[in-house]
Design a protein around this ligand. Structure first.
Ligand SMILES: *Cc1c(COP(=O)(O)O)cnc(C)c1O
Length: 386
């Protein structure tokens, strides 16, 4: 059996994935958590069909661990202790869809507001939900323009508002301040409102800071729902995400379903029972201190990358507390060797827990050689900013 073609291909895929991990410095997936203690469980069928808070008739479930994941994150995000609900979804897109579905059922004639740096899934979701949307300007570094938000909300004060704050935009990891957004809604006396914080990447790392040292991101700052990705900071090997909202919001959207003995509150029907286990394992083994130490180490590495690029004369910046280092798009010779996203002349490198230091060093070496070779149109421009 050892030399059969399937086994050979499995080994080849494994090698390809190792190679991919070495060059993936521009995508925010952590990879440092050893999930092998769960291997035995990952071979068993599990189905978390239904609502984790009402249980289901399907016995092979991990709904208890799923609830614990929601509760741990609800604590971290300061959701009211007696008014919280959520579930583990298939990814950030489903989490955003779940949050907006609830928001829309609360306010069927709402207008939805989000910045032009928000995640691309929102356009699709709000079209599927037939929600009218107004795109708000964002600053050159990707944060929502609060003046434009105020103006646009002010033009429709008679309509309920669903505002989506991005906690860590895809390109620059900019954070839309939920506290400032809430203050604007208060000022305009818009009481029928729902604020969703799309905190896929930066939600957990920012929540581990003292709330006075970071922008508003969570329930205590005014959010009605939040989501985080499992395959980003928490290093889940397969995409997954968690959506959290207030149980009181959720209650109005629930449809009872007899067949599974649960409430049909989730977008998916049959749902992964392995993903909640993975997140449960990460949160319970690392705990708050371990998560915080990982975030701090990663910020240190990101700061190092940013400093080194500037030393080389290459324009680069970081938002406060971000992992993402935004840099002028590297010369082609460098770009072709590394997997990184680029947009309108800017690229980003995102050190994450588990990003090999050797990869970071090799990338900086590549940049240094390319710059020495005078190989990049940005050179003069970058030089002038020193
Ligand atoms: C990663 C991300 C998402 C979601 O992504 P999926 O690919 O659906 O998991 C949503 N919003 C933001 C801000 C993200 O960074």
């Amino acid at each position: 059996m050892h030399n059969d073609p399937i086994t050979a291909e499995v080994m080849e895929i494994s090698r390809q994935l190792d190679d991919a991990a070495r060059i993936s410095i521009g995508f925010p997936g952590a990879s440092d958590i050893d999930y092998r203690p769960l291997t035995e469980l990952l071979t068993k069928p599990i189905n978390n069909i239904g609502d984790p808070y009402t249980g289901s008739d399907v016995p092979n479930n991990t709904l208890k661990q799923e609830r614990q994941v929601v509760e741990l994150l609800a604590d971290l995000f300061r959701a009211p202790a007696d008014d919280r609900w959520g579930y583990v979804t298939s990814g950030g897109t489903e989490s955003n869809a779940a949050a907006l579905t609830i928001a829309r059922s609360l306010y069927p004639d709402a207008v939805c507001y989000y910045s032009d740096s928000a995640h691309y899934s929102l356009d699709k979701i709000r079209r599927q939900l037939a929600l009218p949307a107004v795109r708000i300007r964002s600053t050159s570094r990707g944060e929502i323009d609060y003046d434009d938000l105020r103006t646009q909300l002010g033009l429709r004060r008679d309509r309920p508002a669903i505002v989506i704050a991005t906690i860590g935009t895809t390109m620059t990891e900019a954070v839309d301040d939920v506290g400032r957004i809430t203050a604007i809604l208060d000022d305009l006396a818009i009481r029928d409102r729902f604020v969703h914080a799309d905190a896929a990447l930066a939600g957990i790392p920012l929540a581990l800071l003292d709330p006075t040292d970071r922008p508003g991101i969570d329930f205590a700052d005014g959010a009605d729902s939040m989501c985080i990705s499992g395959h980003k900071f928490l290093a889940a090997p397969s995409p997954c995400s968690v959506v959290i909202t207030k149980a009181s919001h959720r209650a109005r959207a629930a449809q009872p379903v007899g067949y599974i003995g649960s409430l049909d509150t989730t977008i998916g029907g049959s749902r992964s029972g392995h993903a909640p286990l993975i997140l449960w394992y990460a949160l319970n083994t690392l705990r708050i201190d371990g998560l915080r130490a990982r975030a701090e180490r990663t910020r240190g590495l990101a700061g190092h990358v940013c400093d080194q690029l500037r030393h080389l004369g290459w324009e680069a910046y970081r938002q406060p507390n971000a992992f993402t280092v935004v840099l002028r798009t590297p010369p082609d010779a460098v770009r072709s060797r590394w997997a990184m996203a680029s947009h309108r002349g800017w690229s980003h490198v995102i050190p994450m827990p588990g990003t090999p230091i050797a990869s970071i060093n090799d990338f900086l070496e590549d940049m240094a050689s390319a710059i020495r070779a005078g190989d990049g149109q940005q050179l003069a421009l970058a030089g002038s900013t020193r």
